[in-house]
Write a protein that binds this ligand. Structure first.
Ligand code: KIV
Ligand code: ZN
Length: 499
C-alpha cells in the first residue's frame, strides 16, 4: 500500500528565529535555507517580512537562493502585511503567503477586541487579498488549540471558500493533550464540508512538552502538513522538532506515513542551526542530542556490543551520526573496555585485561568519563607494570604551609616489601627520597615534566622523568589523578630499569 505523503513545513527561520539571542543575518539564513533544501523540506517559512527590513531582505534573498521548496512569508490579516509579503516573494519560484488571525476566546475578545463573526470576515478578506498576489495561500487560526471546535469549523470552511489551500491549526500555547489535538483535527476532517479542497496543517508548541506527540496525533487523524523547526527551537519551550517527526514516520512504518526528508542530513543540519543560532542542543535531545546514541551503563554497553538493536531503535548512521558511542564511566564493564582498547589497537590477555580493568575502575571513580587518552595511558602503564620488578604499594605524605614535608613509602622489590620514611623540600621530593632510601642507588633526576591530559581539575596528570645513573639516562613515565603518586611511579618506572 502506498504510504501517505506528509509535507514538512519548516519554520526554523521564522518561529525558530523569534527566540531571543538566536537572530541570524541574511547570509546565515541563506546557509540554513540551503541546508533545509538539501534536507528535503517541502516548505520553508523564510520570515515575517513586515516585521523588519532585515526580515524582508532575507525572504527576498532566500527566494533567489533556493529553488526546490515552496518559500513562505508570514503576515497578520492586515493588507499592508500581505502587500509587503507578496513583494518579498517576487523572486520565489513557488511563493506562499501565510496569513491568519486569532480564533480563541482570549484572542477574539482580549487581543483583537472583536467578535467571532468579524474575525471570520477579516480572515476571509485577508485570504482573498493574499490570493490576488499568489495562488498558494495558507491560513492560520491562531490559538486554535484553545478555540471551540464548532467555531473552527465555520472559520475553516469560510477560509477554504475564500481560496486557502492550506489550513493551519496552531496549538499556539502548547496547551492541548495529544488526544484532544487529534480529536480536533478529526472533528474538522469530519465536519468541514469543503475540507477535501485544502490540506490541514499542524503547528504545535512545546509548553507542556507535548509538541511532537500532538503533531503525530494530528497527522494520525488526517493532517498532511506538519510545521516544525530544526532542534525544536522556537518561542518559550519551542516548536515541534523536525527530526523527531521525520524519524517517527520513518521508524514506525505501520503508520503508513512518509516525508521527503533525507535522514542522513539530519545531524549535519541540526549542528549547523545550533552553531549559527548559538543555541546549544540539550544532551538528551531525541535524535540529535550528544547522548542520543551514547551508552554508559555496563548492561546496555554489553547489549549494544552484542547486537546494536538490543538498545537502539535507530541506526545512528541513518541520521548522519557516524556511530553509537560507548561512554566509559565507572558503570562500564569489561566488554566495553575491551572493545574500546581494541579500537585503539591494544589487545590483552584476559589476565592483563583484568589488571587494566581494575585500574580503569579506580580512575573512573575519580573522573566523570574516561577518554581515549586516559586509556592509552592505562594500557601503556599496564604493559610496563607487567615488566617491572618494583611496585609502589603505599604512599603517605604530610605537607602543607608551615610543615616539613614527610613521606612514607611502602614498595615491593623483587617480591619483598620495604618501607622507608624521608623528608624533602616538597611532597614529591620527600617521596622520592623515601624511594631512594629503599633502593640505595646514586641517581640524578635530569628532567621532570608534569602535564595535564585534558582540562578539568579531575583529570589525569602525566609525569615524564629522566633519571641519570652512571652516565646512562633512563626514562620513566606514569599518570594518575594524584600527581604526587604519578611522580613517584614515574621515578620507580625509571628505577626499575636500573636495579
Ligand atoms: O504559534 C502560532 O500560532 C504561530 C502562527 C503565527 C502560525 O506561530
Ligand atoms: Zn508558532
Amino acid at each position: 500500500m502506498a504510504r501517505d505523503r506528509v509535507y514538512i513545513f519548516d519554520t526554523t527561520l521564522r518561529d525558530g528565529e523569534q527566540v531571543p539571542g538566536c537572530q541570524l543575518n541574511t547570509i546565515e539564513k541563506i546557509e540554513v535555507a540551503k541546508a533545509l533544501e538539501e534536507l528535503g523540506v517541502d516548505i520553508i517559512e523564510a520570515g515575517f517580512p513586515i516585521s523588519s527590513p532585515g526580515d524582508f531582505n532575507s525572504v527576498v534573498e532566500i527566494s533567489k537562493a533556493v529553488s526546490e521548496p515552496v518559500i513562505c512569508a508570514l503576515t497578520r490579516a492586515v493588507k499592508k502585511d500581505i502587500e509587503v509579503a507578496a513583494e518579498s516573494l517576487k523572486f520565489a519560484k513557488r511563493p506562499r503567503i501565510h496569513t491568519g488571525i486569532g480564533t480563541s476566546y482570549y484572542h477574539i475578545y482580549h487581543k483583537l477586541n472583536s467578535n467571532p463573526d468579524e474575525i471570520i470576515q477579516r480572515g476571509v478578506e485577508a485570504v482573498k487579498y493574499a490570493k490576488s498576489f499568489v495562488e498558494d495561500v495558507e491560513f492560520y487560526a491562531e490559538d486554535a488549540g484553545r478555540s471551540e471546535n464548532k467555531y473552527l469549523v465555520r472559520v475553516v470552511e469560510a477560509m477554504i471558500d475564500a481560496g486557502a489551500t492550506v489550513i493551519n491549526i496552531p496549538d499556539t500555547t502548547g496547551y492541548t493533550l495529544p488526544d484532544e489535538y487529534g480529536k480536533k483535527i478529526k472533528y474538522l476532517v469530519d465536519h468541514v464540508p469543503n475540507i477535501h479542497k485544502a490540506i490541514l496543517s499542524t503547528h504545535c508548541h512545546n509548553d507542556l512538552g507535548m509538541a511532537t506527540a500532538n503533531t503525530m496525533s494530528g497527522v494520525i487523524n488526517g493532517a498532511r502538513q506538519v510545521e516544525v523547526t530544526v532542534n525544536g527551537i522556537g518561542e518559550r519551550a519551542g516548536n515541534t522538532s523536525l527530526e523527531e517527526v521525520a524519524m517517527i514516520m520513518k521508524s514506525r512504518k505501520h503508520l503508513n506515513l512518509v516525508s521527503n526528508i533525507n535522514p542522513k542530513k539530519i545531524y549535519r543540519t541540526s549542528r549547523l542551526v545550533s552553531t549559527l543560532m548559538r543555541m546549544p542542543i540539550q544532551p538528551n535531545k531525541a535524535i540529535v542530542g550528544r547522548n542520543a546514541f551514547a551508552h554508559s551503563s555496563g548492561i546496555h554497553q554489553d547489549g549494544v556490543l552484542k547486537r546494536r538493536e538490543n538498545y537502539e531503535i535507530i541506526n545512528p548512521k541513518t541520521v548522519g551520526v557516524s556511530e553509537s558511542s560507548i561512554l566509559l564511566t565507572a558503570r562500564s564493564g569489561r566488554a566495553a573496555l575491551k572493545h574500546r582498547l581494541e579500537k585503539l589497537g591494544y589487545t590483552f590477555t584476559k589476565a592483563a585485561l583484568d589488571t587494566i580493568y581494575h585500574e580503569f575502575v579506580k580512575l573512573a571513580d575519580s573522573k566523570k568519563e574516561i577518554i581515549d587518552e586516559d586509556l592509552k595511558v592505562l594500557a601503556g602503564a599496564s604493559a610496563r607494570d607487567i615488566r617491572r620488578n618494583l611496585h609502589l604499594h603505599k604512599l603517605q605524605v604530610v605537607c602543607g604551609k608551615g610543615t616539613t614535608p614527610v613521606a612514607s613509602v611502602t614498595m615491593e622489590w623483587d617480591g619483598v616489601c620495604h618501607t622507608a620514611t624521608a623528608e624533602g623540600n616538597g611532597p614529591v621530593d620527600a617521596s622520592i627520597n623515601a624511594v631512594k632510601e629503599i633502593l640505595k642507588k646514586k641517581v640524578k633526576i635530569e628532567e621532570f615534566l608534569i602535564q595535564a591530559i585534558t582540562r578539568g581539575s579531575d583529570d589525569l596528570g602525566k609525569v615524564h622523568m629522566q633519571v641519570e645513573h652512571k652516565g646512562t639516562v633512563f626514562y620513566g613515565f606514569s599518570a594518575s589523578t594524584d600527581i604526587i603518586t604519578a611522580s613517584v611511579e614515574a621515578f620507580i618506572d625509571s628505577m626499575s630499569q636500573i636495579v
